[in-house]
Design a binder for this molecule. Structure first.
Ligand code: SF4
Length: 368
């Protein structure tokens, strides 16, 4: 069933406020102390101690580049233990982060679930700001750091809590589902969150005949095509996925008719039409692990192909390299700075966090 209505930001509304980090940047530093910057020298000892980690990425990181990464990898892993910290990394992080310093990797839903089980004092979120906020929402008593608080998201910045209140006034009684790619302010205003892994299940769990779905218009369209629930959508989009075109995918198929094309549901509908499979990043990875295609195009952020390639060297990944500029703000030097200086700490107003927690926990607690 097509989306029944769609709405966008009200003309002239105030801009979406930037993500919040602690204004007192030394609060976490006072609590945990600042440590000396570890040595970043490349030598034989560093080579020996990181050799097992290089094995994981040797298919995607040339050996000539490892002497730059290895001292950071060693220092970050040592500091994680010293700080009782864990690193949660999204599937779009670069291979040296994803494979060599992360404790947990996954899509937004997997990371949200991991965040509920974390038994550490400090979480370093390698992903974008709404992901770090989600970890803080689920772990109000822990210190959550993001290595670069400017790591935003075009979807999260397309909508505000006030926009959701306006939608509720326009459609009284209609429940609202928010994709997790939203700020805490938005999560606080909705009934439940979802990810691209569980969006259809979440919409149907509400038992309503109409649901407002924000903020991704393409995911809303995908959900509308897989349920009988009427969907009212918001006109947000991911700046990475909306760049893919059906014409480029047809060209891949013309060049190699046996190629497999798998797409993320944040892509426009004509792109999804061309794909052999559509699913969240976690589902895309599982699909490649299971099917082991000879050649595959992953129609999503480019680093994910590198991360799966590291694990499955026999699969050839054709890479239409659309990078997320926000995800790419997170680097090993910035992760190390986070752990040395205990910055930048994510903060959320307590009342907003409590309301947002209900929406996130309702999703996390849904039966799989
Ligand atoms: S890839 Fe798209 S949805 Fe994901 S963080 Fe980047 S802009 Fe946001």
């Amino acid at each position: 069933m097509p989306v029944v209505h769609s709405f966008g930001p009200v003309a002239g509304r105030s801009p979406v406020p930037p993500p919040r980090v602690a204004s007192d940047t030394s609060a976490a530093a006072r609590k945990y102390g600042v440590v000396a910057m570890p040595s970043l020298e490349w030598n034989e000892q560093v080579a020996r101690e990181t050799a097992h980690l290089y094995e994981r990425v040797k298919n995607v990181i040339p050996s000539v580049e490892w002497p730059f990464f290895a001292p950071y990898v060693k220092a970050i892993n040592a500091l994680k233990a010293e700080r009782n910290a864990v690193i949660l990394a999204h599937n779009y992080q670069t291979p040296e982060i994803y494979n060599c310093v992360a404790d947990f990797v996954g899509d937004s839903l997997q990371l949200a679930r991991e965040a509920t089980k974390v038994d550490a004092d400090v979480i370093v979120q390698c992903g974008v700001h709404f992901m770090a906020e989600t970890s803080k929402i689920l772990n109000p008593d822990k210190t959550v750091l993001i290595p670069d608080s400017r790591a935003g998201c075009s979807l999260a910045s397309s909508i505000t809590g006030e926009d959701v209140r306006l939608l509720r006034r326009k459609f009284p009684g209609v429940p609202v589902v928010a994709y997790v790619n939203t700020s805490a302010d938005v999560k606080a205003e909705v009934d439940i969150c979802c990810t691209s892994s569980n969006a259809v299940q979440v919409v149907e769990s509400l038992g309503a005949d109409t649901v407002i779905f924000v903020p991704d218009q393409y995911l809303a369209n995908y959900v509308a095509g897989h349920t009988n629930v009427k969907i009212i959508a918001w006109k947000g989009a991911c700046e990475v996925h909306e760049r893919f075109t059906a014409a480029e995918l047809r060209q891949y198929r013309a060049d190699d008719p046996a190629i497999q094309i798998i797409a993320h549901p944040e892509c426009p509908p004509d792109v999804i039409e061309e794909a052999d499979f559509t699913g969240s990043t976690a589902h895309m990875i599982d699909w490649v692990r299971e099917k082991r295609p000879k050649r595959v195009v992953m129609v999503t952020e480019c680093s994910m192909a590198d991360n799966v390639q590291a694990e499955l060297p026999e699969v050839e990944f054709v890479r239409p390299c659309n990078l997320c500029p926000h995800m790419k703000r997170i680097t090993l030097p910035k992760i190390l700075d986070s752990l040395v200086y205990m910055k930048e700490e994510v903060v959320i107003d307590a009342a907003i966090a409590e309301k947002a927690r209900r929406s996130v926990e309702r999703m996390v607690n849904l039966k799989r």
